[in-house]
Design a protein around this ligand. Structure first.
Ligand SMILES: Nc1nc2c(ncn2[C@@H]2O[C@H](COP(=O)(O)OP(=O)(O)O)[C@@H](O)[C@H]2O)c(=O)[nH]1
Ligand SMILES: [Mg+2]
Length: 416
């Protein structure tokens, strides 16, 4: 019988209720939890790929599927010890801590913001808000209190948003729940398949102009009666809250949704994601500084499909299937602390955030020096002078043209 995520969690929950210590050594090897938390071990190529691990194979001959399986094994091997360490690193992290001198720049030469900003983007229902809640749960040790509203209603119907305005404003989240946090996470409005072009424009503006808490994400297709009031609220927020430059993008992708689109031959979602990926990569200083991919809803796919879709998405986006790509099941609706039952997910999430901070600290811009300002002023002045001469030349040429015409007319009159 096929074991679903929900059935497995319910079974674990029953054990908890019957007061059995559910994470003792014996039960850690329980088939039930293994099937869910170590899902990739049921892949047909698993034995072959894991054996390879001990034989020092020719790296160029390792198939992409094997790479994924080995990556998942790496996370599983490091998860229990690594999670605590990584969490400590994130708790004590200050913006700029992971900056490294590159290209002769000193740390004093770069513009380090008070907080690094991680922007979550993706289609609607991809799992962005659930990911934020998972971050609070794993990193902010907040248990299962949801801090942002997901598209889940009490009835479990995901197609109905609980509040019509819930996703129209950006939210800044201090997921560590610490006043000294060195980074924040922005939950954004998801793209709709129908208005992808406008959503891409909006995303492009976030990348160039920055984002702030309470910023509206309205689109022209929104039928909202009090649109002006919402825009006014957003403007007030712009004055009240700090405008932050986006330092790293996390692209959240619902594996199940993309699989369905691919199955019916609809490549538009993949094209839109590829465009977001490309736009978010522009300006990064090294090739591996692309947005981080978070693949959600994998629990709804079979093992083979889950690996196949990861490969398919990475291929379409030009992303690396292991480096910077994480398979994270975000659903915390069953009332469990994820790190108590699923260390692999908890570790993968922490590593994804840590990687985002490395990318952020590498990408800080150099400060504008006095010399730069002077050069800018000189260039601006020269442009102005050039324009002025252009206007003068245009004026005299049109005056000359008029006079020429006048003379020609007078000549013609004399002839007659
Ligand atoms: N099974 C499963 N459900 C998920 C996962 N991530 C999110 N969900 C559910 O998907 C729905 C949409 O998630 P939400 O976070 O609101 O998506 P958003 O629109 O991107 O913010 C909610 O009902 C979540 O509980 C996941 O990895 N697996
Ligand atoms: Mg949301």
């Amino acid at each position: 019988m096929k074991l679903t995520h929900g059935r497995l969690l319910k079974s674990l929950q029953q054990r908890m209720l019957s007061n059995r210590h559910y994470l003792n050594e014996e039960e850690e090897h329980d088939d039930l939890s293994r099937a869910m938390f170590y899902w990739w071990r049921s892949a047909s190529k698993f034995d072959q790929c894991v054996k390879l691990k001990w034989e020092l194979p020719d790296i160029s001959k390792i198939s992409p599927t094997c790479k994924i399986l080995r990556e998942m094994e790496r996370i599983a091997a490091i998860a229990s010890e690594g999670l605590h360490e990584l969490r400590q690193k994130l708790l004590t992290y200050r913006s700029g801590d992971l900056w490294l001198p590159i290209g002769g720049l000193e740390k004093t030469d770069v513009e380090i913001p008070a907080m690094n900003t991680i922007l979550l983007v993706g289609f609607k229902n991809a799992g962005k808000s659930s990911l934020v809640n998972l971050m609070y749960s794993v990193l902010g040790q907040s248990g299962v209190i949801p801090f942002t509203q997901t598209s889940q209603t009490s009835s479990g119907n995901t197609s109905v948003s609980p509040s019509p305005y819930a996703s129209l404003f950006m939210e800044e989240h201090n997921v560590l729940r610490s006043p000294r946090s060195g980074f924040c996470v922005y939950d954004t409005r998801g793209f709709d398949y129908g208005d992808a072009d406008e959503a891409l424009d909006q995303f492009s503006r976030w990348m160039t102009e920055g984002v702030h808490h309470g910023q509206h994400c309205l689109r022209s297709s929104d039928c909202i009666p009090d649109r002006d009031a919402l825009e006014l609220h957003s403007t007030k927020c712009a004055n009240m809250f700090t405008i932050r430059r986006v330092n790293c993008v996390m692209l959240v992708i619902n594996l199940e949704e993309i699989r369905e689109a691919v199955r019916i031959g609809d490549m538009k979602p993949l094209d839109v994601l590829a465009e977001v990926f490309r736009m978010a990569s522009v300006g990064s200083s090294t090739a591996d500084e692309h947005p981080i991919l978070i693949l959600t809803h994998g629990d709804k796919l079979s093992t083979e499909d889950r690996i196949f879709m990861r490969l398919k998405i990475c291929e379409a986006l030009g992303a690396n299937e292991t480096n910077g790509t994480y398979d994270i099941v975000c659903s915390t609706e069953y009332g469990f602390l994820p790190d108590e039952i699923d260390l692999v997910t908890a570790y993968a999430l922490s590593e994804a955030v840590y990687r985002a901070l490395i990318i952020s600290d590498r990408g800080h811009l150099s400060k504008t020096s006095l010399h730069d300002w002077l050069m800018f002023l000189v260039a601006w002045f020269m442009c102005g002078v050039g324009r002025l001469f252009g206007v003068i030349a245009h004026f005299f040429s049109s005056v000359g043209e008029k006079k020429k015409l006048k003379w020609a007319a007078q000549k013609n009159k004399l002839k007659w």
